[in-house]
Design a binder for this molecule. Sequence first.
Ligand code: ZN
Length: 227
Amino acid sequence: MGATSGTNGATTEAAAKDGDRRLGRRALLIGGAAAAVGTAVLARDELSRLWWRLPGVEKPRVAGAVDFRGARWVAASPANYRRADRPDDYRIDRVVIHVTQGGYASAVKVFQDPAHGAAAHYIVRKDGRITQLIRELDVAFHAGNREYNERSVGIEHEGFVEDPSSFTDAMYTASARLTAAICGRYGIPVDREHVIGHVEVPGTDHTDPGRHWDWERYLGLVRRARA
Ligand SMILES: [Zn+2]
């Protein structure tokens, strides 16, 4: 955020050096498989998807990069999250499900507003399109509870808790794929203890996702997407 082209250049160089170091680590980790990958360029590409598995390595931040393939990147205001290095500094063991109480555009707008003080990592639209606003390695202010912010990934869903028509098939399917990928990435069990609603965060006065959110259906879709 706010990086000049000068600092970008420096970051790219640092990342390149880092990449070489990680290549060594990766070779150590998976042994002969690295040789089979072929060119260093291809290996580097693999690495960009594997970085979260390498403990103690500072993660590269590439402008516009997303953690979920197919998600569209729209940056939240830096005032609405805290830079971190998860899962190395904080273990991620929860996914928190939210409903925006409004449309997609207005949710994006408030997450970009530094005065709002809150934002989630992702928003899922009615049509199933997913937008990522905060990297998973950062702590988004979405749960209203510091410990839960630090340990979770927050997913907003466009719509209203009192309107069952908010929750479309496309939304359930897309969101379940996203949650399945997050659970896979961090080893989070797919159950109601670890995939929770905002309403279940200790100390919250929020009610989302509300009584119309079909948890049984959702967890079933997440499990199917995992398999
Ligand atoms: Zn919420």
